[in-house]
Design a protein around this ligand. Sequence first.
Ligand SMILES: Nc1ncnc2c1ncn2[C@@H]1O[C@H](COP(=O)(O)OP(=O)(O)OP(=O)(O)O)[C@@H](O)[C@H]1O
Ligand code: SF4
Ligand SMILES: [Mg+2]
Length: 338
Amino acid sequence: MSAAGEPLLRVENLHVQFPTEDGVVKAVDGISYGLGRGRTLGIVGESGSGKTVAVLSVLGLTRAQGAKAEGRILFEGRDLLSLSEGELRGVRGNEIAMIFQDPSSALHPLYRVGAQIVEAVRAHQDVSKAKARERTIELLGLVGIPDPGRRVDDYPHEFSGGMRQRAMIAMALANEPKLLIADEPTTALDVTVQAQILALLERLRTELGMAILIVTHDIGVVAEMADEIAVMYAGRIVETATAETLLKSPEHPYTWGLLRSIPTLDGPRVEQLAPIPGSPPSLIDPPSGCHFHPRCAYAQPDHARIDPELRPLPTDPAHKVACLLEPKVRRGLWEKSS
Ligand SMILES: Nc1ncnc2c1ncn2[C@@H]1O[C@H](COP(=O)(O)OP(=O)(O)OP(=O)(O)O)[C@@H](O)[C@H]1O
Ligand code: SF4
Ligand SMILES: [Mg+2]
């Protein structure tokens, strides 16, 4: 049992490395975060910043790829990193479920949608096929599939992209997980369906009381639904705060760049898009000092030498930033630029 007030998930100083022919890829380089019961944490960052590796490691899914993981991943106080593959299987799809960007990766094209969810139900619950089918229809209804009693026997190709994503969410919910991990769950969908899926996740979180860890390269996706946001750059968390604070008073120059690249509905899209110049660094040989310095408009000479720590702000301990500029200077810059 976890102590009262202890978060559901607590990741401490997690490092995940892949040995490759070109060198060791430091995909996750010492990240720490906590997620409370029924809360939503959004992890955002550009492509290649280590978001997927960070969440796949929670379920031990990087082990098969030869990754070396260090640190602690405490789920209800139990360190998942120390569990055997067999023990982890009991956690996966049961206490912690995961949904991916591409629903076709989770739904087998040759089996009926319902049969696959029935299997997920029976993987962790000792119930009859008939009972599991009943539960499957209920789950399909819960995620907004119309006429679930009939659609349960459809094949995946008879579902639209949005419906397949809903079916995948239904499958993830089969055993009422305490934590749902969603990796870019809406990237493959068009904007309208994207909004529907996000609203669905939000509703399920409230109704079922599960926590959500959502990964996206698009800060706009988590702006409304996350309680907290962690911004990743080059395998590290460079800023974290409540969503409200992070959107209103971001302090890291990289976060400023991500926020300026949110397309808004008022005004022409193209003009609103100001992508961060340059590209994400190699994780085999990242830049010295502050990893962001080659792309940062505010870099000072010593920022290529000194590696900033993720530190709480004196005025708000829940808001942490890894940048060498003085908080007062950063605030001034943000206010001037916005
Ligand atoms: N199996 C692997 N072997 C070697 N390197 C890997 C492996 N998996 C991921 N990486 C590397 O780890 C880094 C982080 O990858 P990751 O997939 O976590 O990024 P991401 O932030 O999820 O990006 P995206 O937004 O494109 O999904 C990348 O440099 C990637 O090339
Ligand atoms: S430490 Fe320097 S280079 Fe790094 S983000 Fe802050 S201002 Fe930019
Ligand atoms: Mg990814």
